[in-house]
Unconditional design. Structure first.
Length: 152
């Protein structure tokens, strides 16, 4: 077993979640695609192809449980929910740059919250979500431009 898979299995066991063959396949799929967010509909289609008797509810419930225990990160953009394998188990709180062309996800090493909370004296910030979008270096070097991106 790979280190990320071993970590995920340990997290499942710590949270009293069994490692079924379906959960194992879901983890493998997420690990194979860990550099990108994957649309939940795509994950659902893959799992139902692998396990024809599996229901949509089971796929979505497993993804939700994985998110709750910190194995999966979730992103919602333009009403599309996407997931990816947790990129940093040691720092659950982190942010990303997401390439709008290829979908590659790059973890950002700092949180900008101090900058924002300094502008809100007397306020209690109870949560936040911060992601940057644009073109990764590889796509930019390949000649992709913002104007060439397909807007969904």
């Amino acid at each position: 077993m790979t280190e990320p898979l071993t970590t995920a299995v340990a997290i499942l066991r710590k949270n009293n979640l069994k490692l079924t063959k379906q959960r194992h396949a879901l983890l493998e799929f997420l690990l194979t695609n860990q550099a990108h967010y994957t649309d939940v509909v795509t994950v659902d289609a893959y799992m139902r192809d692998e396990f024809p008797g599996m229901s949509h509810n089971t796929v979505y419930r497993n993804l939700k449980e994985f998110e709750e225990v910190g194995i999966v990160e979730q992103n919602t953009e333009q009403e599309r929910t996407r997931v990816k394998y947790q990129c940093d188990f040691h720092h659950q709180h982190h942010h990303h740059f997401i390439c709008q062309n290829c979908g590659k996800v790059t973890e950002l090493q700092m949180c900008p919250m101090d900058f924002f909370t300094a502008q809100l004296p007397g306020c209690d910030v109870t949560g936040h979500s911060f992601e940057l979008y644009g073109l990764c270096a590889e796509c930019k070097a390949a000649g992709v431009t913002e104007a060439s991106l397909v807007k969904n």
